[in-house]
Ligand binder design. Structure first.
Ligand SMILES: Cc1cc2nc3c(=O)[nH]c(=O)nc-3n(C[C@H](O)[C@H](O)[C@H](O)COP(=O)(O)O)c2cc1C
Ligand code: SF4
Length: 434
């Protein structure tokens, strides 16, 4: 296994403890350096490191922090630990095994943007992770790493853990902010972006768990060290969540730019030696790629984009030959339909319409015009909604209709599915009801 930075000690007992973080990982040494620096110099350093957000879009973290105005207003830093995208399960591992790295990153971010309060918005279902995280926050308070006059620096910062209620849409940053403020968790049109008008209407930084977990070591070991892993445009490591038809599903921390074939080999290859059918490279909302598209692909933003997909959250879903793609895509569509907040008509009405059409195909009740109809519904949804959930929901359908058109056509014409291979690992156990 190549160099691991964040999850190196995930299998060691007690890795979540402050003493372990300090003694074995040089923890909070980056914070000590940051407390002695000017805010603007911290932001410059994070910019120079090239760190990009690990929540999905890959936006440069230092640039995001640099957007917070220096205007004397109250500012906030928020950590997005909602982790709801199907196939994504890395943040829960970081929170369970290295929570202090996240806390340290947030204190440094707060120092950089002049925030005195921060919140970690954790997915409601993460009960075990919440308990570990709250234990780590309590330890940090006891050690005077949080609260008033941190480590005698004169800098004050309070950190709170807030549980979400299990809505995927609350991972979208404006929705998260509304939910945290006690409002209904539905997204807002941007601009204004949270950096201008965020939590309680004040400038706010929102970053992913994995993003914050990289910050302490950047401050401690420097930008050159950080850039010694990964590619020029995508430095550092990335935690990939591998699921589906592989022999060893799990989390794999690898340098960005690692060949996809190396990751697949680390996972023990495709389940039971089957042939690869396709890969969803960055979470269920990213376009599917065929074997010939992934064979020379490296795991970084640019290489995956050049193949027509996205690195996203790093959730790699592997699908083996003979899996029924009509059912797989239908199952993904059901997720997005269920998670729509209902505010925009194209999302609220269009997503269930698409899954109903796929259900009719699966049940052998298609009448022949389904593929054209689905394409026209997708056109009506894309780009016409407040947030990206609806676009995310149509992405697997759109890419499936293009890449597996033969399977849809076969099912429509023959009133039965071409492939029967279907496991819980592919896309859940739910079955179509007539
Ligand atoms: C529907 C939807 C769900 C999202 N869920 C998450 C999530 O669970 N975790 C996350 O970090 N970002 C999620 N995002 C992206 C966030 O809006 C935001 O871009 C991210 O937290 C920024 O952090 P980063 O710059 O560190 O990547 C989601 C976006 C959308 C549209
Ligand atoms: S796109 Fe869907 S989830 Fe997003 S705001 Fe509109 S209805 Fe809500």
């Amino acid at each position: 296994m190549a160099e691991q930075r964040i999850l190196k000690f995930m299998n060691d007992a007690g890795s979540e403890k402050l003493s372990f973080y300090r003694n074995r990982m040089n923890g909070y040494a980056g914070l000590a350096k940051a407390l002695a620096m000017e805010s603007k110099d911290i932001i410059t350093m994070v910019k120079e490191s090239g760190l990009r957000g690990r929540g999905g879009a890959g936006f440069p973290t230092g640039d995001k922090w640099g957007f917070i105005p220096n205007d004397g207003q109250e500012h906030f830093v928020l950590c997005n630990a909602d982790e709801g995208e199907p196939g994504t399960f890395k943040d829960r591992e970081i929170l369970s095994h290295n929570p202090h790295a996240v806390i340290e990153g947030m204190i440094i971010a707060a120092r950089a943007v002049g925030a005195k309060r921060g919140y970690i918005y954790i997915r409601g279902e993460f009960e075990k992770e919440r308990a570990v995280l709250e234990g780590a926050v309590a330890e940090a308070y006891d050690a005077k790493l949080l609260g008033k006059n941190i480590s005698g620096s004169g800098f004050d910062f309070d950190l709170f853990v807030y549980r979400g209620a299990g809505a995927y849409v609350c991972g979208e940053e404006t929705s998260l902010i509304s939910s945290l403020a006690g409002l209904r968790g539905h997204p807002l049109l941007r601009p204004p972006f949270p950096a201008v008008k965020g939590f309680y209407g004040k400038p706010t930084v929102v970053n992913n768990v994995e993003t914050y977990a990289n910050v302490g070591s950047i401050l401690n070991y420097g930008t050159k060290w950080f850039r010694s892993s990964g590619t020029d445009k995508a430095p550092g490591t990335k935690i990939f969540c591998v699921s589906g038809h592989v022999n060893k599903p799990g989390v794999y921390e690898l340098p960005l730019g690692t060949p996809f074939t190396d990751l697949l080999a680390e996972c023990g290859g495709v389940l039971d030696g089957r042939e690869l059918k396709c890969v969803i490279p960055g979470g269920s909302s990213t376009p599917m790629l065929l074997p010939n598209e992934v064979e020379d692909m490296t795991l970084d933003y640019e290489s995956i984009a050049s193949k027509g997909s996205m690195l996203g959250s790093g959730a790699v879903i592997v699908i083996a030959h003979e899996t029924c793609m009509v059912r797989t895509i239908w199952r993904l569509a059901k997720f997005y339909e269920h998670e729509s907040c209902g505010f925009c008509t194209p999302c609220r009405e269009g997503l269930p319409w698409l899954s109903k059409i796929m259900e009719s195909i699966i049940l052998g009740k298609a009448n022949g015009n389904e593929m054209e109809l689905m394409a026209s519904i997708i056109k009506g949804i894309e780009g016409n909604t407040v947030c990206a959930l609806a676009d995310a929901g149509v992405t697997p359908i759109k890419s499936g209709l293009k890449k597996f058109a033969d399977e849809f056509t076969y099912a429509i014409e023959n009133k039965r599915l071409k492939y029967q291979f279907w496991t819980e690992q592919t896309a859940g156990a739910q079955t179509v009801r007539s």
